[in-house]
Structure formats: structure tokens, C-alpha cells
Design a protein around this ligand. Structure first.
Ligand code: 6R9
Length: 656
């Protein structure tokens, strides 16, 4: 690349300049659950603010101390006792909401079930009795390897009820991934199903469990829900759900657990090495999950129909399909299948059918819908929607605008929510009744959260500069550690900057001090001395009308240190980027971000390698760009994709 710009002093270059902004709709702002004053109130008395939020829950015994902070170890609501399942179910029934629908479940083949809070209470009580009968007690770990069916939620809540620690493993993971997590957590019980429906077919789950538990005697029982009716192998440790659970009494007297008793372990997606078992506890987690669900989505539980299209095997499913919405007595849609079965309008059909008012999904899905075309959502009535959200990755400005216009009817605020498995709940996000949202920006730390952007030395950067996002003060839903590995907890999150939590993401503050997340710092590219964020270059590529999706990586280059290699999915499905388009795209990026950000090479691919939550695994693309053997693909949603990509290369190479 012919570039003569001197190396920058910036930690992370701030290249993209976005000027669009959308104020909240006046009616929504007038009735909003959270108003602007919350920021100040929380800043004046942060602990008092969180106590106020904790009082939204039902405690059997109040806490003595709101926070015990022995960095980096926090205890919240010390001495408090509560039961998460009572908070999610029983108390709503006791408050007269037993007839309210907790879940409208929609199976992929079109079968449906609507489950009220009263029914959910009975189901959870039965499952708790059954688990106790199988010898599961407080503190024991229970693995849940399930499709998206109501029993998955019931199993989680039954664990919470008896104080067992659930560990949900995404149903798409391999035997090895499941086995590794069973070993690490030493789970005693596995809850699974014969299978689930995906892409129009029954997809088996039990065989993977059979293989994983075969040489793992620590697993005493496997509890199996019949969902698809597929044939299953059976051993004497297997138990049918309909025998063991449905025969139980619907009465179960719950015990109150300590605020700091473990609630669950969730293994991070493992884009790096060995997956980390992130530990969450009860009181602080539930407080922040409930508060953020109510605040960020402006939930009006009496009238809203809320839908989060995430998988329960992702932290988003835990906090925003199960714990947050249930703690708030919301009515939630739970969908089993994929967005293109039996047709590409399935999501919009679901919104129309249930009158969904709040929808929450990942940018990867949004970009796919963009690629499929505006005419598909246009066939459905989406006028019930009033708030739409995004999570999992930075949302490109182009995808944001498409989502706002085509799904939100140019009416609804878009909330771009930044958080992690480790943070347990949303940390940085617009508030729909307060914030004028900017396409691509997560905007501000929520009330009660103290986030900042710092440089290499941990100094706060001025507005207009880029760096590393950090969290300055403990927060209620923060991870309490890595299961079985305290040293790794300290090293991973607390060693980079003294006294600050480092999530591993790059970010910038714009001229107004609003936050933009710029992707994992491990993925940042170093080109001629400039640190360039993958997000900004990808967003620039996606803003070109011929590009549907893009991923960029820095590949070793003799001249520039690293050169940007872009992998693009073309809207017309082309298998190669024609010479003139290569030139056009490079110029397009050059015009949006400056010549330094121009990709050196552009390769057309049919798909990108992604994790279950839709995160692009750039590490694998780097392997391809640097012509190495491709590394571990076990956490990809579709591991065959790397062969498909490799086959399509080599492709166009650009020059100045
Ligand atoms: C909830 C979840 C966490 C990582 C996080 C960041 C990326 C998530 C984002 C976002 C930019 C957003 N991420 N939301 N980046 N804007 N709104 O995704 O948890 O699977 O642990 O991933 O995802 O890189 O550090 P998890």
C-alpha cells in the first residue's frame, strides 16, 4: 500500500464519522420507565441506586451490606436471601398474575404452546421435585443440552429453585465441547431431549449426550425430554422427563438461598483457548438482569409482548429470555427454530402473529435479513413494534439504519446493547426514552455503571479518541470468577489496567463523549503504525450497496506490518470480487475512513465462520489470509464452512 502517513500516537484510530442521530419518540419519552434524571441519581449514590433496584425483587431476608469489594472480588447484597425461581414465577402468581402468559412458545414445525405463570410454577415445582428425587442437591452442577423448548427454561428454574448450579451448553455444540464442559463443571445430571427441530428437520441431541457421558461416571443421570419422537438408545442412567417430572407433585416448598450462592456457570464461546466457566451468583445478577430488561426495553409488562431471538445456550438467552423477563413478569415469545424455516419471513410472521412490541436480536441476523431483501419484512404487519434491540457484535451503521427503517418502521428506537457473558447484563446502551441514538453506537453506560475508554497506560482518553473500554466500579451482575480457576480470573480481566476491569474490547468516545464499541482488541489490525479497528473497516464495506457482509483481518505484511484482508459476501452471491469492484470497494473504504484503512486484498466468500451468538471468528480467517492450516473450529455453528471458504480461494488482489 502506498501510504506515507506517519505512525499515529493514538491507541486506536478513530476513523468513522457518523452524523445521523434519532431522538426518542415523544410519546415513548413521556411514558418511559427511566428518564434522564436516573443517570445523575445513580452517579450521586451508586450503591443506593442499586439497592433501590434490588428492592424490585422479593427477598426472604434483607441484606446487611450492599457491597463488599475486595478487588477484584465483589459480594453484593451480603447477608440477603432470596430464591431466583420464586422471584421469576411464584411471586407473580401470588400477586394475581397466574393467568398471564409467561411464554408463547413457537416450535419450528408450527406447533405452539402458551404457558401461563401459574402453569410455569407447577412445571418448575415438578422438575424441582424430580431433580431432588434424582439426588441433585444444593451446589451440584446440572448440564442442560437442549433445543429451545419450554422444558429448557423449566430445567434452569428448577435448578435455581433447589440451589443447583445450571450449566447450559448450546445444542449445536459437538460431543467434545460438551464433554469438556462436563469435565470442567463436574456435572452430576444432564438434561437433554431426543432432539429438536432445525431447518425443517428433527436434529438429534441424545446421541451426543450418550457419547459424552459414556466415559464420564460423574454424570449419574440423563433426563430426557421427548420432543421429536426420534429413536434413542437407552441405558439405565437415562430417565424420561415425562416419567420422572410429570408424575411429581406440583407443590414444592422453596428454600431461600444466599445472595452470593452460585446460580449458573456459562462457558464463554471459546474464540480463544480453553473455554472459561463464567460464574454468576444470585442476588446481584437477578437485580441487574431485571433492572436492565425493564429500563433498556422500557418494558410495560401488562401490555408488552417481548421477544429475544437469541439461543438459550448464549448468555443473552439466560439474562433476556429467562431471568430478566420472568423477574419482570413479562410475556415472552420463545422460538425453537431458524429464521428461514419454512420461509425467509418467519421472524416477521412471528412478530405479526403474537403482536410483538419489543424485539431483540443479533447484528448477524439483521445483516442476513438485509441480504434477503426489504420485500420480505414488507409483507408483514410489524406495526406492533415499539423498541428494537441489538446484541452480540457492533451493529454497523448500515445495518442499524436498515433495521430501524424496515423493521422499526422508522418509528422505534434501536437499542444497541453492549455487554458480555462476564458482565451478566447490559452495561452500555441507549435508553429508548432518553437517548438520541446514533447508528452504530452503544452510547452511554447505563445508570449505576461506570465505564470509560483509556489508553495503553490506563489514562482516560479525551472525547474524539479511541482506546480500550474499561469498567471502573464493580456492578451487581459481574462475574464472580472463573469456575475452578481464580488465577485466570485475575489475569484475564484485572491485570491489564490496575484496579480496572478490562473486557478486552476496543472503543472510542466521539466528540459528544458517546461510546462506540470497536471489536475485540485481539482482532485490531496494525497497519503502518496505525491501530485500526475491524469494526470500522467492516462497516465501511457493508455500507457499499454490493456488499452484504464483511469481515476483515490483519495478515502479516513485509511492508506495512499487517495488511488488511477483507472477506466479503456479495449481495449478488458472486464467487469472486471482479477487478473493477475491488477498486471501487477500496476507494469506498478510502473515502469513508481514509487511505490507511483500504484493504490490500478482497476475497468473496459465500459465508463467514461464526459462533453460536453470531460472532465472526476472525482467527480462522487470519489462518486463511496467512495461508496456514485452519485452527480449532469446534465452536462454529457450522464447521463445514471453513472448507467452503478455503475452496473459493485464491481470489482478487488489489493494487494502488
Ligand atoms: C452479550 C454477549 C461478548 C463480546 C463483547 C463484544 C461483543 C456484544 C456488543 C458487542 C459491540 C455490542 N459485543 N455486544 N460489541 N457492540 N452491542 O454478546 O456476550 O457472547 O460473552 O460476547 O461480544 O466484543 O466483549 P458474549
Amino acid at each position: 500500500m502506498a501510504d506515507s502517513t506517519p505512525p499515529s500516537q493514538e491507541t486506536l484510530s478513530n476513523l468513522l464519522h457518523e452524523t445521523r442521530s434519532f431522538p426518542p419518540p415523544p410519546e415513548l419519552a413521556a411514558e418511559a420507565n427511566v428518564k434522564a434524571e436516573a443517570y445523575e441519581r445513580a452517579a450521586e449514590d451508586r450503591l443506593g441506586f442499586w439497592e433501590e433496584q434490588a428492592r424490585r425483587l422479593q427477598w426472604e431476608h434483607p441484606w446487611d451490606t450492599v457491597l463488599d469489594w475486595d478487588p477484584p472480588y465483589a459480594k453484593w447484597f451480603v447477608g440477603g436471601k432470596l430464591n431466583a425461581s420464586v422471584n421469576c414465577v411464584d411471586r407473580h402468581v401470588a400477586n394475581g398474575l397466574g393467568e398471564r402468559v409467561a411464554y408463547h412458545w413457537e416450535g419450528e414445525p408450527g406447533d405452539t404452546r402458551s404457558i401461563t405463570y401459574a402453569e410455569l410454577k407447577d412445571m418448575v415445582s415438578q422438575a424441582a421435585n424430580a431433580m431432588t428425587g434424582l439426588g441433585v442437591g444444593k451446589g451440584d452442577r446440572v448440564a442442560i443440552y437442549m433445543p429451545m423448548i419450554p422444558e429448557t427454561v423449566v430445567a434452569m428454574l428448577a435448578c435455581a429453585r433447589i440451589g443447583a448450579v445450571h450449566m447450559v451448553v448450546f445444542g449445536g455444540f459437538s460431543v467434545d465441547a460438551l464433554g469438556q464442559r462436563l469435565d470442567d463443571s463436574r456435572a452430576k445430571l444432564v438434561v437433554t431431549a431426543d432432539g429438536g427441530y432445525r431447518r425443517g428437520k428433527a436434529s438429534a441431541l441424545k446421541p451426543a449426550v450418550d457419547a459424552a457421558v459414556a466415559d464420564r461416571p460423574a454424570v449419574e443421570n440423563v433426563l430426557v425430554v421427548r420432543r421429536t419422537g426420534q429413536d434413542v438408545e437407552w441405558t439405565d442412567r437415562d430417565v424420561w422427563w415425562h416419567d420422572a417430572v410429570e408424575s411429581q407433585s406440583t407443590e414444592h416448598t422453596p428454600e431461600a438461598h444466599d445472595a452470593e450462592d452460585p446460580l449458573y456457570i456459562m462457558y464463554t464461546s471459546g474464540t480463544t483457548a480453553k473455554p472459561k466457566g463464567i460464574l454468576h451468583t444470585t442476588g446481584g445478577y437477578l437485580t441487574q438482569a431485571a433492572y436492565t430488561h425493564w429500563a433498556v426495553f422500557d418494558l410495560k409488562a401488562e401490555t408488552d409482548v417481548y421477544w429475544c431471538a437469541a439461543d438459550i445456550g448464549w448468555v443473552t438467552g439466560h439474562s433476556y429470555i429467562v431471568y430478566g423477563p420472568l423477574a419482570n413478569a413479562a410475556t415472552t415469545v420463545l422460538y425453537e427454530g431458524t429464521p428461514d424455516t419454512p420461509h425467509r419471513g418467519r421472524f416477521w410472521e412471528i412478530i405479526q402473529k403474537y403482536g410483538v412490541t419489543i424485539a431483540y436480536m443479533a447484528p448477524t441476523a439483521i445483516r442476513t435479513f438485509m441480504k434477503w431483501g426489504d420485500d420480505i419484512p414488507a409483507e408483514f404487519d410489524l406495526s406492533s413494534l415499539r423498541v428494537i434491540g441489538s446484541v452480540g457484535e457492533p451493529i454497523n451503521p448500515e445495518a442499524y439504519i436498515w433495521y430501524r427503517e424496515n423493521i422499526g418502521g422508522n418509528r422505534t428506537p434501536v437499542v444497541d446493547t453492549w455487554w458480555q457473558t462476564e458482565t451478566g447484563a447490559i452495561m452500555v446502551s441507549p435508553l429508548p426514552g432518553v437517548t438520541s441514538g446514533k447508528p452504530g453506537a452503544a452510547m452511554r453506560a447505563l445508570p449505576g455503571i461506570v465505564a470509560d475508554v483509556v489508553d495503553e497506560a490506563g489514562r482516560s482518553v479525551p472525547d474524539g479518541d479511541g482506546g480500550f473500554i474499561v469498567i471502573r466500579e464493580p456492578w451487581p451482575a459481574m462475574l464472580r470468577g472463573i469456575w475452578g480457576d481464580p488465577q485466570r480470573y485475575e489475569d484475564t480481566y484485572w491485570s491489564r489496567f490496575e484496579g480496572l476491569y478490562f473486557p478486552g474490547d476496543g472503543a472510542k468516545k466521539d466528540e459528544d463523549g458517546d461510546l462506540w464499541l470497536l471489536g475485540r482488541v485481539d482482532d485490531v489490525m496494525l497497519v503502518s503504525g496505525h491501530n485500526i479497528s475491524t469494526t470500522e473497516v467492516e462497516s465501511a464495506l457493508v455500507s457499499h450497496p454490493r456488499v452484504a457482509e464483511a469481515a476483515v483481518v490483519g495478515a502479516a505484511d513485509k511492508v506495512t506490518g499487517q495488511a488488511i484482508v477483507g472477506f466479503v459476501i456479495l449481495r449478488d452471491g458472486g464467487e469472486e470480487v471482479p477487478e473493477e469492484l475491488v477498486k471501487e470497494l477500496r476507494n469506498h473504504v478510502g473515502t469513508s475512513l481514509g487511505p490507511i484503512a483500504k484493504p490490500a486484498r478482497l476475497l468473496a466468500v459465500p459465508e463467514l465462520p461464526k459462533t453460536r451468538s453470531g460472532k465472526i471468528m476472525r482467527r480462522l480467517l487470519r489462518d486463511i489470509a496467512e495461508e496456514r492450516a485452519v485452527g480449532d473450529t469446534s465452536t462454529l455453528t457450522d464447521s463445514s464452512i471453513m472448507d467452503v471458504i478455503a475452496k473459493q480461494l485464491p481470489s482478487a488482489r488489489g493494487d494502488d
